[in-house]
Write a protein that binds this ligand. Sequence first.
Ligand SMILES: NC(=O)c1ccc[n+]([C@@H]2O[C@H](COP(=O)([O-])OP(=O)(O)OC[C@H]3O[C@@H](n4cnc5c(N)ncnc54)[C@H](OP(=O)(O)O)[C@@H]3O)[C@@H](O)[C@H]2O)c1
Length: 288
Amino acid sequence: MVEGRRDRALRRIGALEASSVGFGAARIAIEGRPPWNTGVEVVKSAVAAGMTLIDTADAYCLESTAEHGYGERLVAAGLRNIPGEGVVIATKGGEIRKDGLWKLIGRPEHLREACEASLRRLEMDAIDLYQLHRPDPAVPLEESLGAMTELRERGLIREMGVCNVTLEELERALSAAPVAAVQNPLSVGRSDQDLIIELCEQEGIAFLAHSPFGGPGDAARIGMDRRLARAAGAHGVSPYDIALAALLARSPAIIPIPGTANPARPAQHARASRLTLGAAGRALWPGL
Ligand SMILES: NC(=O)c1ccc[n+]([C@@H]2O[C@H](COP(=O)([O-])OP(=O)(O)OC[C@H]3O[C@@H](n4cnc5c(N)ncnc54)[C@H](OP(=O)(O)O)[C@@H]3O)[C@@H](O)[C@H]2O)c1
């Protein structure tokens, strides 16, 4: 763990505690990213805003071999010399950028090497949350998770998670390994993750909601949504705050990890944890 300032609203990821809204560090590392120094400033502003969860990946970089690990190096630079209490660092392995694709490599030997390289780039002795970026169809999920369980037994990772899984894959993962978190896409009003959220609640594991605004390509829609705008007007906040608060109200297992390249925004995102939406929040999830 890296030192940082602690938020009042905490959620559990296995034995770890993190702020209820985390920071997703893809936007500052992949195509369309800001300059390095702005990225560093965004990481620092997330911690200053009280966020104690930062999510990155070894594959958050531009598409070039030399770039692999850029996002992790950036997070490490942003966290250097920060005073205070613990920030949970989550990263991922099992995917690389190659030939215009995000290429999956879930082989155990790749995951072992990837984790050790991530540790060096993040300048840590142990990664707080290490996640399989996506199941590799060419490798049984149990084999990938077996390698991660060994990494945990060696003390190189504290908790492990899976990303972009189906319900069936999550059930298999939970049978095969001590999985503490799932990271799947979830934005306000979506019902396709309902069964996975229910399983997370039953099993006491965290659901990290990635792309909580629908991803950079769709994020503008949040600002144009009439229901979100009405709730935002009633609370005197922005529709983006309401979108995050609605995720927090949806389940105590959910931890949204919004992304931004703008150093002013983490402070706005963090304030969602202080919003109580009540019935207006439930109405934003029509299926419930
Ligand atoms: N596991 C996976 O496979 C996976 C896949 C995708 C994402 N993720 C994780 O999820 C995180 C978040 O996803 P994401 O960054 O792709 O998408 P996102 O959080 O849904 O949306 C980010 C976009 O929202 C915009 N935005 C944020 N706050 C705003 C506001 N107040 N007003 C207007 N626009 C606003 C940002 O623009 P600005 O930059 O201008 O603020 C950015 O373009 C990633 O960083 C990553 O950690 C994981």
